[in-house]
Design a protein. Sequence first.
Lengths: 339, 202, 296
Amino acid sequence: MGTPQRDVKVNYSEVQKDLLIEKHCAFLIGYGRSHNTYEYGATDYLRMSGIYWLCTCLDLLHSLKLIDQEHIIDYIQKCYDKNSGGYSPCPNHDPHLLYTLSAVQLLVQLNRTDLIDKQSLCSYIKQLQQDDGSFIGDQWGEIDTRFSFCAVACLKLIDSLDTIDIDRATNFIMSCLNFDGGFGCIPGAESHAGQIYCCLGFLSLVQRLDNLDLSTRNMLAWWLCERQLDKSGGLNGRPEKLPDVCYSWWVLASLKILGKIQWINREKLSKFILASQDDETGGCSDRPGNIPDPFHTLFGIAGLSLLNTYDENIIRKVNPVLCMPEYIIQKLEIKMQLL
Amino acid sequence: MKILAIFILHKEGDKKVKILQDEFNLESFGYFERRSVQPLLVFSARTVTERTALGTRQSVEADENANAMVHVYVRPDGLASVIVSDSEYPQRVAHTLLTKVMDDFTNSYPPSSWANIGEQTAKMASLSESIKKYQNPHEADPLMRLQKDLDDTKDILKSTLVNVLERGEKIDDLVARSSDLSFEAKAFYKTARKTNRCCTLF
Amino acid sequence: MSITNWSLISLLSSSIEQCKSIEFMPLTSTDEYKVYCCCEENIYLCLNILEIKPIVNLCYSFIFSKDYQQDNQLNISTRVLLCYITECLTSWNIRRRLLLSRIINIQEELQFLDILLNLKPKSEQLFRYRRWILKQEGIDKVSTNKELELCDRTAEKHFINYASWLHRRWIIQYLNVNIDEELERNRLWLENNLSDSSGYSFRAHLLSKKVLDENLIRNELNMNDNMLEFYYDRESLWIYRQTLIFLAMKFEMIDKKQLLNKELDSIKNIQENFFSNKYSRLLNTLLSSDGKQFRT
């Protein structure tokens, strides 16, 4: 029967093997300009993150200078909500912690932290913390470990981590640890590679990775490297799901934090990411043959950066916790824990 | 996990395939969707049977994104059956059932009568029961145990529709030419191919 | 903004309100006019997948227009938009405000979500909004069966559906659900959905809520044995088995060595394959290192 694992077929003799840098840049820049396409209206609700994917990817490819940075800074300013202190994904939309992190990441990356009203940002994040240490994403929302990550990542970037109760926040994250070694979005929820990344990223930023004992670290790394599919070499986010380029980021970054990136077959994964490039339009898609978008393009390129497939002159080193170029993190002297 | 359709067909010549009877289970589809899905199932059952040699079994992936498998068994005597299931449905169970429905059919309609049955006019009652009963593959456990030792269902060729087609044939052309398919069904096929979904965690 | 545009959105909204099913399909017309939707018997509504863009842009232009901020207008424009763009949080928030000011009726809104879930069975925002409404209504008024049925339906519609199983965990936690009955429902569901790893993860979650003992784990392993007999090529069955072993290893009382050796013996009866090999490698590592070192 051969390998029965659920996977996609990739004909590796025919797919793209070279990194299409120029095409990716053109794709990303074009995406930012295409205001009249359907995607533009349809993706309004996450636009701030979209711009972050786009800019970070261009920066990793040494091409941030190709976009109109003033235009983006104007846009971010328009999305600032004075009442709450947070940012919305798009003008007129409601602010949310997810897009606040994207906005802060962008302002840091564009070297315009002077535009951040630190005090109101801190109080915005502080009032989202709940009694059990968890975070809600907005006034209506439920709690989610993703929001815990967003909160500490924002604060770390503006050097204000002591704004929140870190002990209780850490306790909440630890309460989401499952017996298979993974983390879910709330206590008891199914383990998911994206949520694992958020929880490990959180522990790394608050430098509390020691809360994970040796056998938990091993179990978790085992769970993560089981995400690599035997045939295609791509990674999935949960068992029996199809491989998807974005998990090259969530899974790899998690393994990097755990100091176990070598548990993955790196060559096979590189090939899978390269095969997911669209050689006509540029950009990466979730898996070979599908339609590309900026989200998968960033996480494909960032994955290749973690894998050290290319020299730093081609793809810049990425920070595994904040998914931003490492040179910026170094410049700001942001400390985090890696095992 | 489900069976979408069971067909009993008669392969009369190299490219001549007649559908004797069919049963569908399309509850999981919407009202409008069903109208396009049903003819597409008929089309794929016919296309695959036409391209399967006498005395062979295979399981064909209809489309990488479509989540449908076409299981076919053409008996040496020209009687054929097709089960279209989603890709979750166990392949071995599907093939066990193919054998069973043809045995049942031969009991109801002797080989001599096949040539005279009109397209989609056979009415063996047990076929509609089968499609209901075996939605749960565990119902087939007794059949599977029976067949376990003399197993010809273990190493069945897995293939894709592209591989089944003959040199020079293109699936899009076949769809465009097919008389099984309405204008709507053809449009549905095209958009189904174009839309791929993706995850957005953030 | 021309009046015809608003009447188009109003028409769509009232069709959505009245129908019992919504679908997205390509609708083609040989005539010159555009087809936006097709409604049959006032029950089945089909929205044209080829005309998404103009509708979405129209909805946005009304939602954020100064001239269309009356409660009933916002009710209409957000209802239509959410059928197309279900993850639009801001539109859900507008509906939250409308619900709090009683412009939107709770029961009617639950009905709307019910229909929309068939179309978007894995929408995170939709499930979050639904839980928010149920809390507004009061947890004691919620129909447990209705919510469980909805989970069954969405989990079947979309394989390995994180949002749906998360909703189910919420129901188990906040509504009065008997864990043993739920385990039995789960067993039957898994029979028809053999390789849904989320379903197994949920099962392990249910088990963890019980007083665990060796017998319970043994019964689960036996159930897993029966399924592996025919379906040894399903990864989720093996992962579930692995989870059971991890669960068992949590007990201080259990003789771990004996358990692992017994496992190694019992999988010899199953036809060897990719997963069984992986599994026995795991067992051997656990045996040799007491679970401390997985890989070198």
